[in-house]
Design a protein around this ligand. Structure first.
Ligand SMILES: Nc1ncnc2c1ncn2[C@@H]1O[C@H](COP(=O)(O)OP(=O)(O)OP(=O)(O)O)[C@@H](O)[C@H]1O
Ligand SMILES: [Mg+2]
Length: 500
C-alpha cells in the first residue's frame, strides 16, 4: 500500500518522494492542467490512497473514466516505467470498493433530493431567478417551513406558489409583498426546468449523505462515484447539485477540530462550473462553505483545466496543488501560466513558468503542505500510476456493482408521500365542500320562515369562520403522517438547505 510507509499518502516522485500529509488534507487541493495531461489519473491515485487509509471518497465522474476503479488496472509500458523508475515495491493492480450513483438512475443508484432540502438559494440559482423573484421564493419557503409543509417535488412547490399567490393579502403583513408577476415568473422558470429534465432530481427517497460513509470488508473507504456524463449536459444542474451535496455534508458533520486524516474526500471535476455566472452572493456562500467545511474534516479537491477559472478567494484556501502542463498559445493562456507559477514557492533549480509548459503526461508540479501547514517548495514530479483500471467500464459492469450494493433497495423505487401538494389539494377540496355546504344551507334558509332568518344569519357567520380555517385544519389532520418534520418549524442552514 502507498500509505503504509509512514502514515502519509505517497502521491508522486520527483527528486524525492512526495507525500500528502493527511492531517492537512482538509486544507483542500487543486488538480489543474490542460486537457489530456493526467488530471483524472491524478485524482484516481489520490482517491485510491485515501481509500486505502480508510477515508471514504466522493467523486464526480464526468467522462465515465473514473468508473474503472471497480476493476483492477493492467500493465502498460508507461506504468511499468513508472513502477521501475519510482522504485515502487509490490505494486498491486487492484479494484476498489465502489458505489455508483446517477441522478438519472441509469448508471447507479438514483440520486434524489427534495425541494425543501435544496432550499431557496440553490433553487433560485437553478431557476435563474432575479433578486426580486429570489426574495419571493424565500417567502414561499418561509411560509411552507413555518407551517411544517414539506415541499418534496415540483408539484408541491407549484401548489405552494399558488397557495401563497391566492392568499398574498393575508401573508403580506407577516412575510412581505408577493406579486402575482413574480409567482408567474417562478412558475415559468419551473416549466423550463421540467423541460430540461431537471424535475427528475426532486422527490424521495432523498439521498442520505450519511450513506457515503462506509468501508469495504478490508477497511478501505468506499468510493462513491457519481456518474455525471448525462448530468453534465446541463451544467447549471450539475454545479447546483454538487453544491447542494457539499452543503449537505457541511450540515451533516459535527465540528471535528484537527484530525489526523479527513473524514471524507470530495473530488469536484470541472470545478469551474461551480463559479461560472454565479452571482456575488452565491460566490460568497461557496467560499464560506469551502472555508468552514475544513473544520468538519472534509477534504475538497477541485479539478479544472485552468486554475484561473477558480476565484482568487477560493484559490487562497487551497493548500495542496498538483499542476499538470499548461499550454501557452493565447495571451490568456500565457497569463494563466504566470498566475499558476506565482502560486508556488519557487524552486531555485528550475524556472516554474518554463517547466509548466514542458511537463509530460502524468508529470506535474506539486506542492503540498507539511505537518505544520507550511507549503512545500514546488517539485517537478511524476504522479504514481493508479492501481485500478484507467478505462471506463461497460454499463453492464456498473449494473452488476449496483445490483450487489447494500444501497440497492433503499433508493431504487421512487415514493410520493403526502406533502404540500396533497395537503393543499385536500385543503382546497375541503374549502370547496364547505362552500357548497354553505350554499345549500343558504338556499334552505331562504325557504324558511321569516322569523328564522335571524337565526340562520348567525349560523352562516360561524360557517364562514370555519371556511378560513379549512386549510389549517386539513394541514393539521394530515401533517401527522409527514414524518421527521412533523409539526415543527423547519430550520435552514448556511446555504438555505434544511438543517438535519
Ligand atoms: N500518472 C499516470 N501514470 C500512467 N499513465 C498516466 C498517468 N497520468 C496520465 N496517464 C495517461 O494519460 C492519459 C490521459 O490522462 P487523463 O485522462 O488523466 O487526462 P485528463 O487531464 O484528465 O484529460 P481531460 O482533460 O481530457 O479529462 C491516461 O489515459 C493515461 O493513459
Ligand atoms: Mg479527465
Amino acid at each position: 500500500m502507498y500509505t503504509s510507509e509512514n502514515g502519509k499518502l505517497w502521491i508522486a516522485t520527483g527528486s524525492e518522494r512526495i507525500y500528502l500529509e493527511p492531517s492537512m488534507a482538509n486544507r483542500h487541493g487543486l488538480i489543474a492542467g490542460a486537457t489530456g495531461t493526467g488530471k483524472t489519473v491524478t485524482l484516481k491515485v489520490i482517491a485510491e490512497s485515501f481509500s486505502e487509509m480508510g477515508v471514504p471518497v466522493f467523486i464526480a465522474d464526468i467522462k465515465g473514466d473514473v468508473s474503472g476503479m471497480c476493476l483492477p488496472g493492467s500493465e502498460n509500458k508507461h506504468i511499468r516505467r513508472s513502477i521501475d523508475t519510482m522504485g515502487i515495491e509490490n505494486f498491486d493492480y487492484t479494484s476498489f470498493p465502489v458505489r455508483f450513483f446517477d441522478v438519472y438512475g441509469k448508471l447507479g443508484h438514483p440520486v434524489r433530493t427534495t425541494i425543501s432540502d435544496m432550499g431557496p438559494e440553490l433553487l433560485s440559482r437553478l431557476l435563474g431567478l432575479t433578486d426580486v423573484q429570489n426574495g419571493v421564493l424565500r417567502i414561499v419557503f418561509r411560509i411552507a417551513d413555518d407551517k411544517g409543509l414539506m415541499l418534496l417535488d415540483l408539484k408541491d412547490l407549484r401548489s405552494m406558489l399558488l397557495h401563497v399567490a391566492d392568499n398574498a393579502a393575508e401573508y403580506k403583513i407577516k412575510y412581505g409583498n408577493v406579486t402575482a408577476q413574480s409567482i408567474g415568473a417562478i412558475q415559468r422558470a419551473l416549466l423550463t426546468l421540467e423541460d430540461e429534465g431537471g424535475d427528475i432530481f426532486f422527490g424521495e427517497p432523498a439521498l442520505d449523505i450519511a450513506d457515503w460513509f462506509d468501508w469495504g470488508d478490508d477497511g478501505r473507504g468506499v468510493m462513491n462515484i457519481l456518474e455525471c456524463a448525462e448530468l453534465f449536459q446541463h451544467p447549471l444542474l450539475y454545479s447546483t447539485f454538487l453544491l447542494w451535496m457539499l452543503t449537505e455534508l457541511y450540515e451533516l458533520l459535527p465540528e471535528a477540530g484537527d484530525l489526523d486524516k479527513p473524514k471524507i474526500a470530495f473530488f469536484f471535476d470541472e470545478a469551474h462550473l461551480l463559479f461560472n455566472d454565479a452571482p456575488k452572493a452565491l460566490l460568497e456562500k461557496v467560499e464560506q462553505v469551502v472555508r468552514l467545511i475544513r473544520s468538519k474534516g472534509v477534504s475538497v479537491w477541485f479539478i479544472t483545466q485552468n486554475p484561473m477559472d477558480i476565484p482568487e478567494s477560493v484559490l487562497a484556501q487551497i493548500g495542496n496543488r498538483v499542476q499538470h502542463a499548461l499550454r501557452a498559445y493565447t495571451p490568456n493562456e500565457q497569463k494563466a501560466i504566470r498566475a499558476a507559477a506565482k502560486s508556488f514557492r519557487v524552486n531555485e533549480s528550475f524556472n516554474t513558468e518554463t517547466v509548466l509548459q514542458e511537463l509530460a503526461t502524468g508529470e506535474a508540479l506539486v506542492s503540498v503542505l507539511d505537518e505544520k501547514g507550511i507549503p512545500g517548495i514546488v517539485q517537478r514530479a511524476g504522479i504514481l500510476p493508479p492501481k485500478s483500471s484507467m478505462n471506463a467500464v461497460e454499463p453492464a459492469v456498473i449494473g452488476t456493482v449496483v445490483a450487489n450494493s447494500p444501497l440497492k433497495d433503499k433508493y431504487h423505487e421512487a415514493v410520493d408521500r403526502e406533502s404540500a401538494y396533497e395537503i393543499l389539494t385536500a385543503a382546497a377540496a375541503e374549502a370547496e365542500k364547505q362552500a357548497e355546504k354553505e350554499a345549500k344551507e343558504k338556499e334552505e334558509a331562504k325557504k324558511k320562515e321569516e322569523e328564522e332568518k335571524q337565526k340562520e344569519k348567525e349560523k352562516k357567520k360561524a360557517a364562514s369562520k370555519k371556511k378560513t380555517s379549512a386549510f389549517e385544519k386539513a394541514a393539521a389532520n394530515t401533517m401527522s403522517t409527514i414524518g421527521r418534520e412533523v409539526g415543527k418549524q423547519l430550520i435552514r442552514g448556511i446555504f438555505g438547505n434544511l438543517k438535519k
